[in-house]
Write a protein that binds this ligand. Structure first.
Ligand code: COA
Length: 262
């Protein structure tokens, strides 16, 4: 699998996969191939039962992803633009819909498509050096990989419109204050903190983990009443698993549970 990738790398170690966007000469900017590789990796990682958590990060020390590749964008007419935006949306949807936790380790600039990539992840941890924003307005375009939709869901409409309409990136501390990132850490600790979080999440019961993510993802797009039907349905499905029996038996026997993923 990994051999086919040119602009990303994927490494799996002890249940944790690390997907690194790696075009350092352009600060990991996304071109069509890179977006397609992210989509292919998301499908493969979701299907791999040995992968229990995923970290998404950027190659090098300067950028997570500095946006869509402007040297490609400049050539687009309307139909190419629409298709490219839709392809990016599909790739990031695949990440968001993964049935295992996806953590963005934001190691530097996360601009435009880079910010949108981070928004599609389930949890965001930022280096104190991170700069995060949607600067598309400064190029006379709008965010096209889900940013106008995911950002207001995460930080509220007012904050999102300020970020989108001003096009001014914010620092990591501000991003944490408004809820755009979960945690800010010293730059040199980013790898260790995200690895530890991924390992913790990878140790949880995999089927219940998938249902936690699906219940939140699916419920947030619907009404409270419908969302709670989704929740109770997944709750019921958890009750059909061997792991539910094991988890509760282990608690009552005061021992560590051993998950089977069944
Ligand atoms: N698309 C294409 N190339 C990009 C890029 C992008 N989104 N972001 C950076 N690069 C390239 C630069 O053109 C430069 O290439 P060069 O060495 O051939 O000149 C290289 O990456 C390094 O970037 P540079 O601008 O020299 O670094 P910097 O530290 O001065 O500035 C940024 C860093 C992130 C502030 C700046 O690169 C930038 O504003 N990038 C565009 C961000 C953006 O608008 N993204 C949204 C696109 S829709």
């Amino acid at each position: 699998m990994a051999a086919d990738y040119r602009n990303i790398s994927v490494e799996v170690d002890d249940g944790v996969a690390t997907l690194t966007v790696d075009r350092q000469e352009v600060l990991n900017a996304l071109d069509v191939r890179t977006t397609e590789e992210i989509a292919a990796a998301a499908i493969a990682l979701d299907a791999d039962p040995d992968v229990r958590a995923v970290i998404v990060t950027g190659g090098g020390d300067k950028a997570f992803v500095a946006g869509a590749d402007i040297s490609v964008l400049v050539t687009y007419g309307p139909e190419q633009g629409r298709r490219a935006a839709a392809a990016g949306q599909r790739a990031f949807d695949l990440l968001e819909r993964m049935g295992k936790p996806v953590i963005a380790a934001i190691n530097g600039y996360a601009l435009g498509g880079g910010c949108e990539l981070a928004l599609a992840c389930h949890i965001r941890i930022a280096s104190e050096r991170a700069k995060i924003g949607l600067p598309e307005i400064n190029l006379s375009i709008i965010p096209g990989h889900g940013g106008t939709q995911r950002l207001p869901r995460l930080v509220g409409k007012g904050r999102a419109l300020e970020l989108i309409c001003r096009g001014q990136p914010i620092d990591a501390e501000t991003a944490e204050r408004i809820g755009l990132v979960n945690q800010v850490v010293p730059h040199e600790e980013l790898g260790a903190v995200t690895q530890a979080l991924a390992a913790e999440l990878a140790s949880k019961a995999p089927i219940a983990m998938r249902y936690c993510i699906q219940a939140v993802n699916e419920g947030i797009e619907t009404s409270l009443v419908e969302g709670q039907v989704i929740e109770s349905t997944y709750f019921g499905l958890c009750c059909a698993t061997e792991d539910k029996k094991e988890g509760m038996t282990a608690f009552l026997e005061k021992r560590q549970a051993e998950w089977k993923g069944r």
